[in-house]
Design a protein around this ligand. Structure first.
Ligand code: NAX
Ligand code: ATP
Length: 404
């Protein structure tokens, strides 16, 4: 009886997703047609301008296109993106508000894509299926950051969160929470092979929160990134992981199964390292687009008043209402939730996300969630709000955004 009931709810859910898929496909076709019309008009305009001045020429930035398909592990063919090599980059403004009067249709569509990737809750699953996330970080000075990232991953819905930190940090992190699995290996002489043993049992790696910047640890992080890349493991890089990338961008350049999450300072360092000039602050969209292209179309989230998300082809803007409180650790919450959403977006496959880039969908979801947690916690605690208060809001914020 119970089984039949469960089967019926699974069937109903599948029907719902099918219907949603069809609706999104129709919407996508409509937008493609609109886009084609706009391109034709632009071409006509270009021809007219050419007639006026023979010197003028329309150029479109070209994408470097390293294989999207390298090392896909067991995921569906989710990185086969519908990019046209010569089409100009699309810049999409997607302000987000829960207020019914403002939602832009495009924004609601991408939001629906995030909802589509959330795995259904059924009694048929075993531990681990909804996500096993590894956090590389945590040293003597910083024990909070890896904890924030790891506990957030669990609260978003991952089944297991494992922290790989230095020996000094392990007991401290463990004492914050019995839910976390903590490995004191990051300053071990065989750190890379110690972590490598665990990689086949993980779905995503989050590298950097509270990792510190000691040369030996950065070297180990580099080795771990190389091992993860060779296994096709999705990687989120934040904080001190970004410090490492700014010194040696080639470690991650062209690996499109990575997301970088720089704050303004981290973004500036990366930008200068890659483009040998200061960030153009008056053109934030252009800057994030250019940096992603220079990195080989890796997804980049530039965090700030508005989060700008780009894969070098599109720019999404998440300006979901947060608050004016900027306590440390909010970026760790973002990194942990992103680790889970990246796994879910890849697992869902291209049909569920309308053949969009799964890393963009996951990034948009994680930014919206972080900002919603910030908003809710600020309503309760105002100036005294801390990141732990935000983490307490993950469950309700997630339900409000994605499950109602
Ligand atoms: N409780 C903890 O253990 C925490 C540890 N953290 C760790 O601390 C380490 C260092 O992180 P930092 O972020 O300080 O590293 P950085 O050395 O990159 O410092 C960035 C600095 O830029 C400033 N900044 C940020 N946005 C800016 C903007 N828009 N304009 C101007 N200045 C801006 C910040 O005040 C910060 O001092 C990392 O390992 C990080 O993970 C942080 O995650 C915070 C919480
Ligand atoms: N001015 C702002 N207004 C609203 N939200 C913001 C603002 N700045 C950042 N955020 C939000 O806070 C999240 C974390 O960004 P932040 O810049 O604090 O990261 P960080 O400095 O890396 O954090 P951490 O303290 O964990 O190292 C971002 O995803 C963004 O959504």
């Amino acid at each position: 009886m119970m089984e039949r009931f469960l089967q019926q709810s699974v069937d109903a859910e599948e029907k719902f997703y099918k219907y949603e898929e069809q609706r999104l496909q129709i919407e996508d076709k409509r937008r493609e047609a609109e886009h084609t019309r706009e391109m034709q008009m632009l071409q006509m305009l270009g021809q007219m301008l050419n007639g006026l001045s023979s010197a003028s020429q329309m150029t479109a930035p070209s994408r470097s296109s390293p294989s999207h398909k390298a090392n896909l592990r067991n995921y569906p063919d989710s990185l086969h993106l519908n990019h046209s090599t010569f089409s100009p980059p699309i810049v999409l403004e997607r302000p987000f508000s829960l207020r019914p009067t403002r939602p832009a249709k495009d924004m609601e569509n991408i939001f629906q894509l995030v909802r589509n990737v959330i795995p259904p809750m059924t009694s048929k699953k075993h531990k681990g299926q909804d996500g096993k996330i590894g956090i590389i970080g945590g040293c003597k000075e910083y024990t909070g950051a890896p904890y924030f990232a790891a506990i957030t991953a669990l609260k978003v819905g991952a089944d297991l969160s494992q922290v790989f930190c230095t020996k000094d940090a392990a007991t401290v992190i463990k004492s914050y929470s019995p839910e976390l699995i903590v490995h004191p290996v990051l300053d071990h002489p065989n750190a890379v092979s110690e972590v490598d043993k665990w990689l086949p049992r993980l779905h995503t790696l989050v590298i950097g929160p509270g990792m510190g910047r000691e040369d030996a640890i950065l070297d180990n992080a580099k080795g771990i990134i190389e091992k993860a890349k060779s296994k096709g493991l999705p990687i989120v890089i934040d904080a001190d992981g970004l410090w490492l990338i700014a010194q040696q961008p080639s470690i991650i350049q062209g690996y499109q199964r990575a997301v970088l999450t720089p704050n303004f300072m981290e973004f500036s360092r990366l930008y200068e390292a890659m483009l040998s000039e200061p960030v153009e602050t008056s053109d934030q969209h252009g800057s994030v687009l250019r940096l992603s292209q220079a990195m080989g179309n890796i997804t980049i989230i530039q965090k700030g008043e508005r989060d700008l998300i780009s894969d070098g082809d599109k720019v999404l803007v998440c300006s979901h209402e947060g608050s004016s409180r900027r306590c440390g650790g909010q970026g760790d919450l973002l990194a942990g939730s992103l680790g889970v959403l990246v796994h879910w977006a890849l697992l869902a496959g291209p049909e569920k996300i309308n053949a969009q880039n799964p890393f963009l969908v996951a990034a948009f979801g994680a930014c919206s969630l972080t900002r919603q947690c910030n908003h809710q916690a600020f309503q309760k605690y105002g100036r005294s709000m801390t990141t732990s208060d935000m983490i307490s809001e993950v469950g309700t914020a997630f339900n409000k955004l994605f499950e109602t």
